[in-house]
Ligand binder design. Structure first.
Ligand SMILES: *Cc1c(COP(=O)(O)O)cnc(C)c1O
Length: 455
């Protein structure tokens, strides 16, 4: 069978297969890759999902995308290896549940995508017999998820840049306690400085001979695995063919795009609820049809969602018939009516976030950190406009409460229990290098590091 093709949202780059899209990250015309068409899973196939453990279900959802580039038994093995942790669906009331995506090694939902993407990339590299250096800048969760995902993979080296004073101690330790093929570089600067150095390195002709790749959040390899847990939750809660409501706390819109993909593949979704924090460009756009990004982005408690312009929005706009470029310029408006029919969005303030953490605990003994609280509040706002009428609903909790002990302590008065993965990192010795914000020094560091490790 022919491999599925992926085309760019900017429409100016030639279509590629999954392997090529994975290594490219961004398309050469600066657009984002999307499948040319979405494989449909039949009702008969979906009817088998309630019996499948998570890794097997992941294999069935992802299989159509890897036809022609990866053998089926290999994909099945990679899924089993990536998803070796539990995916709890916690009942809250009636048919409303919280899906806890926080049991991976770095305790955020980013483990789901990073772990499978790393295994796919590692597998392709092995077949091609070439090395690769993943260079990534992080403000917290992404760096640790990516570093853990690639940790120990032969042929891959990871360099993570982070702003020394802007990541929490727990976030830092999840990266700096890794050894071997992971190197962490603390910058005496801000996250934007880290990102700027990484961008400059990718554009630097003097580094063209290094096998650099980015593994950032716009990679299609991050998006597709994020469709799986929507199928998983529905298979456990909804009757065959019964529509379900999802609420997804959102920043760069990679997570919510997983639900959009699942729906296009045939999963009945009644409404997709997309709450954001104070960075409210999207809910405003849904209401007015005018898109204005938030510059600079606003600092809110749910810090992994402090995104002024969600980079995956270009994909959503494209799937609804519009076109948005990488700067957030709208060249063609999407079908707003269809968007409003499918998606409900709302902005949740920091005050509401803390209130929600408190009330969820008091009313339901439901323990939420700030991101999950934005999600829960989004569902409440939605239900106030349109009652569930007995439909199943799922709120995604995207991080473990123990990653936000101060917020929990000050709203609920106790410290959340620390899961084993976080506790282990707490105790291990740290290793990291330090540099000032200086491109010449950073370039020398990259050249020395890669010469040492890929002689
Ligand atoms: C990254 C992140 C989000 C936002 O996900 P997007 O795909 O960027 O919308 C939400 N919660 C947590 C804990 C995260 O790390």
């Amino acid at each position: 069978m022919n491999a599925l093709r992926f085309h760019s949202t900017n429409g100016q780059a030639p279509p590629v297969n999954l392997r090529e899209a994975l290594f490219a990250g961004q398309a050469p015309d600066r657009g984002l890759y999307l499948p040319e068409s979405f494989p449909r899973l039949s009702a008969a196939e979906l009817a088998t999902f309630p019996e499948l453990p998570y890794p097997d279900l992941a294999f069935r959802v992802l299989r159509p995308y890897t036809v022609g580039v990866l053998d089926e038994p290999v994909l099945a093995e990679l899924c089993r290896d990536a998803y070796d942790f539990v995916v709890p669906l916690e009942p809250v009331h009636d048919r409303t549940h919280v899906l806890r995506l926080d049991r991976g090694p770095t305790a955020s939902f980013k483990d789901f995508a990073a772990r499978l993407m790393a295994r796919l990339i590692g597998r392709f590299l092995r077949e091609e017999g070439r090395p690769l250096t993943i260079l990534t800048a992080t403000s917290g969760d992404t760096g640790s998820a990516v570093a853990h995902a690639f940790h120990g993979l032969p042929g891959v080296q990871v360099i993570v840049l982070f702003p020394l004073t802007e990541v929490s101690v727990r976030q830092r330790k999840l990266m700096t306690t890794l050894t071997g093929n992971v190197r962490c570089l603390a910058l005496d600067g801000k996250f934007d400085d880290c990102q700027a150095l990484v961008k400059q390195a990718f554009a630097d002709p003097a580094l063209k001979h290094l096998p650099l790749s980015s593994a950032n959040s716009i990679n299609i390899g991050r998006l597709l695995p994020q469709s799986v847990y929507y199928f998983y939750a529905a298979s456990r809660l909804a009757r065959p063919g019964e529509p379900i409501v999802f609420a997804v706390p959102s920043g760069n819109f990679g997570d919510m795009m997983g639900a959009v993909v699942a729906r296009r593949m045939g999963l009945p979704v009644k409404r997709l609820v997309v709450p954001v924090n104070g960075n409210d460009a999207f809910p405003r756009f849904l209401t007015t049809g005018v898109y204005e990004k938030i510059e600079p982005s606003r600092n809110c408690l749910s810090n992994a969602m402090n995104v002024g312009h969600p980079s995956n929005l270009a994909r959503l706009v494209a799937l609804y018939g519009g076109r948005m470029d990488e700067r957030g310029q709208l060249h063609q408006s999407p079908d707003l009516e269809a968007l409003r029919r499918d998606i409900f969005s709302t902005s949740v303030s920091d005050g509401q976030t803390l209130d929600t953490m408190r009330s969820a605990w008091q009313e339901h003994r439901l323990l939420l950190e700030p991101h999950g609280a934005v999600g829960w509040r989004g569902l409440l706002d939605y239900v106030a406009t349109e009652p569930l009428d007995g439909a199943p609903a799922v709120v995604l909790e995207t991080a473990h409460p123990a990653k936000f002990p101060d917020d929990i302590e000050r709203t609920l008065g106790f410290a959340p229990p620390v899961p084993p993965a976080l506790a282990a990192a707490e105790a291990a010795p740290e290793h990291y290098d330090r540099l000032p914000v200086d491109y010449a020094q950073f370039r020398r560091y990259l050249l020395e590091t890669s010469n040492r490790d890929h002689p």
